[in-house]
Design a protein around this ligand. Structure first.
Ligand code: PEP
Ligand code: MN
Length: 339
């Protein structure tokens, strides 16, 4: 339940209400941006009668609270002057890992010519094997920021551990939380205090409720700028890296106001299927895509099988262009920005 408070409520009255809620065994988190108290386990609908400084009571009938459509109808925020939200589409593209100066600059220059506004790349890579390339670390972050700046792009990079938060914040515009950290609840709660958008990938085993509750960890901590990203889930069949869950796109949109994008690169694990799944995701209503691109995919130090070459990426863009009239949220980089 969310208790919206009157404008002139005093800190003492808030404390009184919080104390009461705690005494009856309910949490009471202040949502400063909304001048409201979030109390998910409160059942007493008559509480408003006892406390005149409660203006309105809203029940939320799902385990996740703030990502729910009952909380708000739309999410809208801005990154580097680009509007992001449930009405809008964006493409985030770049290599799996930042490998060297030439690779990231070449990729950024190419993507900028394709009108892409968001450059992705990992500097700290969560690799299954400790014996594979794990990223350039801070040097990689610096290179990507320089390449993005030189091309007027925003940076998206993964945070793999809270100890790196300050460092990553210095270089990124959007913090990516990877599949392996979707259930790192302490980390998610800390991201609630951060004033940068979070791209929250779906855990490879996560149910929809678990994913939205992960978003709630961030939102209830005070950060409502979240983009969900479907990146495929594990199945029994080793034939494909993951099963890309296209059905989750309209499902999420029936439950949540949060934007949802699709990552067909990790979703399929194979470059030859990326275009088909990108189009499928767009038609299903995704608010954007995250696609891995590399100047020479065969030589990529991570995820080489799924990276698109520049030529393949150009073709993907052309195919998406053709789809524009049929998709729910046509990609339009010139969409007017709402503050
Ligand atoms: C990535 O985007 O390169 C990545 C590691 O993704 P995921 O967390 O989805 O595996
Ligand atoms: Mn990758």
């Amino acid at each position: 339940m969310i208790l919206y408070l009157t404008k002139n409520i005093t800190p003492a009255q808030i404390a009184e209400l919080q104390l009461h809620l705690n005494q009856i065994g309910c949490d009471a988190t202040m949502l400063a941006m909304h001048n409201a108290l979030l109390s998910p386990n409160l059942k007493d609908t008559k509480i408003k009668e006892k406390y005149p400084f409660i203006k309105e009571v809203k029940s939320i009938d799902s385990p996740f609270q703030l990502p729910s459509l009952s909380f708000k109808k739309e999410t809208l925020f801005e990154v580097n002057g680009i509007a992001i939200g449930t009405h809008f589409n964006n493409i985030i593209a770049g290599p799996c890992s930042i490998e060297n100066e030439e690779q990231i600059f070449e990729t950024a220059t190419f993507l900028q010519k394709q009108q892409i506004k968001f450059l992705r790349g990992g500097a700290y890579k969560p690799r299954t094997s400790p014996y594979t390339f794990r990223g350039l670390g801070k040097d990689g972050l610096k290179l990507m920021k320089q390449a993005a700046d030189a091309n007027g792009m925003a940076v998206v990079t993964e945070l793999i551990d809270l100890s790196l938060l300050e460092e990553v914040l210095q270089y990124t515009d959007i913090i990516q939380i990877g599949s392996r950290n979707m259930a790192n609840f302490y980390m998610l709660a800390e991201l609630g205090k951060v004033n940068k958008p979070i791209l929250l990938k779906r855990g490879m085993q996560a149910k929809v409720n678990e994913w939205l509750l992960a978003a709630d960890y961030i939102m209830s901590g005070g950060n409502e700028k979240i983009i969900l990203c479907e990146r495929g889930i594990r199945s029994f069949d080793p034939m494909s890296r993951n099963v890309m869950d296209i059905g989750v796109i309209p499902l999420i949109q029936s439950l949540s106001h949060l934007p949802i994008i699709a990552d067909p690169s990790h979703g399929t694990g194979a470059s030859q299927f990326v275009t088909a799944m990108s189009k499928a995701a767009m038609v299903a209503g995704a608010n954007g895509l995250m696609v891995e691109v590399h100047p020479d995919p065969k030589k990529a130090l991570s995820d080489s099988k799924q990276a698109l070459s520049f030529l393949q990426f150009e073709k993907l863009m052309q195919e998406i262009e053709l789809l524009k009239p049929t998709i729910k949220n046509p990609i339009d980089a010139s969409y007017s920005i709402v503050a």
